[in-house]
Design a protein around this ligand. Structure first.
Ligand SMILES: C[S@@+](CC[C@H](N)C(=O)[O-])C[C@H]1O[C@@H](n2cnc3c(N)ncnc32)[C@H](O)[C@@H]1O
Length: 284
């Protein structure tokens, strides 16, 4: 019968041959996922035998990872803002970079976090941004919108699992088209990768994450143009409007916001020093 250690070693080899970065970490996580063990136990219990059915499941998941399926889809989960989110093929895998937007918005909200704020998250995906903000703003209520019915269903599940279902409404829709405001805080991490950059993405992203979550086509700014043109209709006077942006897009998005009367704007860098969140305010 194979052991935990031998299954890890086989998986590491397989992942390394496929060019997966950090193959040992992923192999140990896959083995732990199937056996219901923390990674530390996978390492500590290397000599334990593994039943054939579990070994076969480990080999199947290692094969999927070798085919470059992202770990979040294999494990079905991803942590964001210290909260646990279900992730599927219909949703973007929440990125650490996106926590920059949450931090930036919370910094502007300040002590208003105790008020009954109305929060709108456009392109909610797993619901990670909205859930993080609702967790930090305990009296707030929020609406998350996604054009993908499958993503909206995942966001609903996540809100329920995080016990935020009573304060979060998830709707299927096209940006602000079917919404009635007003909202005090409007956030979005829209698809922003320029069409020309799509071919250069890692296989995990290019082959497995939903295209509609990655790119609006063209120069990558199309979703910002649409949303910025629409938010005025649903924003409360003085509402905070915040976007995540891609590398090199902060100045262009800031200019679009200023032109639409959402200035003055501030740009917040991520941990790598890249302008990652652009924040402005609705008039009033
Ligand atoms: C970059 S993902 C962000 C997901 C999530 N907010 C996050 O930060 O991880 C963009 C999301 O926008 C959604 N989306 C794309 N076009 C849309 C539209 N016209 N209206 C509403 N949502 C849209 C996609 O389905 C996707 O879930």
């Amino acid at each position: 019968m194979p052991t935990i250690k031998s299954l890890v070693q086989d998986a590491v080899l397989r992942l390394r041959l496929s060019g997966v970065e950090g193959p040992r970490r992923d192999a140990e996580l896959i083995v732990g996922h199937v056996l219901g063990l923390e990674r530390a136990s996978v390492i500590a219990r290397g000599d334990d035998p593994v039943e054939p059915a579990a070994a076969a499941r480990i080999e199947a998941l290692a094969a999927e990872r070798a085919g470059r399926r992202p770990m979040a889809q294999i494990l079905g989960r991803r942590e964001f803002w210290s909260l646990n989110f279900k992730v599927t093929e219909a949703t973007l895998d929440p990125r650490p970079d996106t926590e920059t937007l949450v931090e930036a918005v919370l910094a502007v909200i300040g002590l208003r976090r105790w008020q009954a704020l109305r929060i709108l998250d456009l392109g909610t995906g797993t619901g990670c941004i909205l859930a993080a903000l609702l967790t930090e703003c305990p009296a707030a209520k929020g609406v998350g919108v996604d054009r993908s019915a499958a993503a909206a269903a995942v966001a609903r599940e996540n809100m329920s699992a995080l016990e935020l279902g009573g304060r979060a409404t998830i709707v299927e829709g096209d940006w602000c088209a079917d919404l009635s405001g007003p909202f005090d805080v409007i956030v979005s991490n829209p698809p922003y990768i320029p069409e020309a950059d799509m071919a250069r993405l890692a296989p995990e992203v290019r082959l497995f994450e939903p295209r509609a979550a990655l790119t609006p086509g063209g120069d990558g700014l199309g979703a910002y143009r649409l949303i910025i043109g629409q938010v005025g209709a649903v924003a409360a006077p003085g509402a905070i409007v915040g976007f995540e942006v891609g590398i090199g897009q902060s100045e262009a998005v800031a200019a679009l916001m200023v032109a639409a009367g959402l200035g003055p704007v501030t740009i917040r860098p991520d941990l790598a020093g890249i302008g990652r969140a652009v924040l402005g305010r609705a008039p009033g």
